[in-house]
Ligand binder design. Structure first.
Ligand code: NAP
Length: 286
């Protein structure tokens, strides 16, 4: 263990007990022998502003932000330091990673986009986004990140399909081309041309209704991804695998989105190792 002063970071949310981030950062702190600590803090919505503005006084170098604070945290950091939010955070108007610079100023960004795309590329090997036709199910915060990721990767179309059409339309309005909105009832019309299908709804998660999709409409070389990671292999992924399609599960997104935060707070760019993945797989299965 090095003898520098201990650096402290945490994850905040309301509720927060379910967060797996301490496992990820705890693994990296041990692996890189960093004098640091990372824990969970339950922060109520009405406490968020005071918490973020007082982070330095509280001895923290930064934090992860989870439900329900991502949008409000973007507003608070933008007001406190107008140049403090990174490109993706401003594009999505939501942040999940916050850090203080040496002068004590707040900075923030959204690393879900990086996390989703880094995992997607890692799992598929050499994958090129240019000209791809992507279908994203869902229009919540996570879907927004996935849409931005494929748009940046050069996709030809990113069709956002959602139960509540207005929410899909809002994403299209905010993110622009190549995103487009489609009601859920029309999903089967776009499936035959889809190169990639992503579930970014909460359907299929343990305790939620199943996502009941007929995958026979997809081309044989399509990729199916799910951002739900409890269970690790969702019914959607199982059906895709059984049909012989390539699949990408949601756990890698969780692991990769944590990389930039750890680097900002603790000064080491950490690696998503097979050992870390196994640790989290065991946690998800327990
Ligand atoms: P959210 O903002 O609450 O959005 C939920 C989405 O699911 C909405 O599009 C909603 O449709 C849809 N939905 C929920 N119940 C439905 C139903 N019965 N029928 C049809 N659609 C339904 O949630 P989020 O933050 O985007 O998260 C979505 C999922 O992604 C969660 O399971 C979360 O755990 C997971 N996630 C994973 C990662 C990762 O690192 N792998 C990161 C973030 C989130 P409406 O708009 O019509 O309500």
């Amino acid at each position: 263990m090095s003898d520098e002063a201990e650096r402290k970071a945490c994850v905040i949310g309301w509720p927060i007990e379910h967060s797996r981030s301490p496992r990820i950062h705890g693994y990296w702190l041990r692996r890189y022998d960093v004098a640091g600590r990372y824990d969970r803090r339950a922060v109520r919505p009405e406490e968020l502003e005071n918490f973020l503005l007082g982070m330095g006084r509280g001895g923290l170098v930064g934090c992860n932000v989870t439900i329900p604070h991502k949008e409000r945290a973007w507003e608070i950091v933008s007001e406190a330091n107008p140049d403090g939010v990174g490109r993706m955070g401003n594009r999505l108007k939501a942040v999940n990673t916050i850090w203080l610079d040496e002068a004590g100023r707040l900075h923030a960004d959204n690393t879900d986009v990086y996390g989703f795309m880094a995992n997607f590329r890692e799992r598929l090997g050499a994958w090129e986004g240019t000209g791809r036709r992507v279908v994203v199910l869902g229009a919540g915060g996570a879907a927004r990140a996935v849409v931005a990721g494929f748009a940046d990767a050069g996709a030809e179309t990113v069709t956002v399909v959602n139960r509540t059409l207005e929410k899909a339309e809002r994403i299209v309005e905010e993110l622009g081309n190549p995103a487009r909105a489609l009601p859920l009832e029309h999903l089967s019309e776009v499936m035959p041309q889809a190169d990639v299908l992503v579930n970014a709804t909460s359907l299929g998660m343990t305790g939620q209704p199943a996502l009941d999709l007929d995958l026979s409409h997809l081309p044989d070389d399509a990729v199916v991804a799910d951002i739900v990671y409890v269970p690790l292999e969702t019914e959607l992924l199982k059906r895709a695998r059984t049909r012989g399609l390539r699949t990408v599960d949601g756990l890698g997104m969780l692991l990769h989105q944590a990389v930039p935060g750890f680097e900002k707070w603790f000064g080491v760019r950490p690696e998503v190792t097979p050992e870390l993945r196994q640790l989290l797989e065991a946690d998800v299965a327990s």
